[in-house]
Design a protein around this ligand. Structure first.
Ligand SMILES: [Fe+2]
Ligand SMILES: [Fe+2]
Length: 274
């Protein structure tokens, strides 16, 4: 099963998370980021899910990497990420820093690879610079909160952090058993196409990196799981299934008449998207 963007600071979302249960005691749950912003909230949600599912796999979203001004945990950037990884280890939750687990149930064997590759502003309009694209966003008032809350320390920028994560993740993926297909789990879409339907095209520059455009082929993905866009749907690129599994915000569900209780979706067996 997979889900993302639980955003548990919202009481309505917290209530949905409290009802997330496996259908079978053998079910694994892939959590593709944006559990919350406060360390205590993230720990609460992952701890609850780890107690219910046979295995929980987590990868960070941008919201986990914020340093909100009223969170007593003041860590920033890489240190904050490493702190969350330590919490996951205590809870028995797998992270991008752990050996990749192999799922041998329905659809297996597949190597479950949680990725943390962030974004580098390359999902911007063609023939523009990062500076021009950011200026366009600021002019139109559509600026991702990451610009103020997601500190890349010790890297000089979020795109520099992204480049470091790309190299590290490529190294890890190269070490896997190439005979076994993968399920790639990343908060951000690995290909750009899902951002074509964003209501505000300015937002795409905070949604991924062109460096991962062929990873679903290069790493023999049986499926790719992502979130961040809050547009749950199934699409295929080069014949590979991509599942956007966001719960998203209560106001979005209200606006689009979506049932939050159905946000968690099976990766295997494949099921028609709602
Ligand atoms: Fe989100
Ligand atoms: Fe996100």
């Amino acid at each position: 099963m997979a889900v993302s963007d639980l955003h548990v600071a919202y009481p309505a979302n917290r209530a949905i998370v409290e009802e997330l249960r496996p259908e079978s005691p053998d079910d694994w749950l892939l959590v593709a980021g944006d559990v919350g912003e406060f360390v205590a909230d993230i720990e609460w949600a992952l701890g609850l899910l780890a107690g219910r599912f046979a295995t929980v796999v987590w990868t960070p979203g941008n919201h986990e990497l914020w340093t909100p001004k009223d969170d007593p945990v003041r860590l920033r950037g890489e240190e904050r990420y490493r702190h969350l990884v330590e919490i996951c280890r205590r809870l028995g939750v797998l992270t991008p820093e752990d050996p990749y687990a192999v799922w041998t149930g329905h659809g297996g064997p597949v190597t479950i690879a949680p990725l943390f590759v962030l974004y580098d502003y390359t999902f911007r309009p063609p023939n523009t610079t990062k500076e021009e694209s950011l200026a366009w966003a600021h002019r139109s008032g559509v600026v991702c909160t990451d610009e103020f809350m997601l500190h890349p320390d010790p890297y000089p920028s979020r795109d520099a952090w992204c480049r470091a994560r790309l190299r590290e993740t490529e190294r890890r993926l190269a070490e896997r058993d190439p005979a076994i297909p993968t399920v790639l789990v990343n908060h951000f879409p690995l290909v750009r196409e899902p951002t074509d339907v964003l209501r505000h095209p300015q937002f795409a520059q905070w949604c991924g990196t062109v460096e991962t455009a062929d990873w679903h082929l290069r790493y023999n993905a049986a499926a790719v799981v992502y979130g961040h866009l809050h547009i749950p749907r199934t699409t295929r690129y080069d014949g590979v299934r991509f599942e956007e599994v966001s719960l998203g915000y209560p106001r979005e569900r209200q606006m689009y008449g979506m049932d939050g209780a159905k946000a968690m979706r099976p990766v295997f067996p494949e099921e028609p998207a709602p």
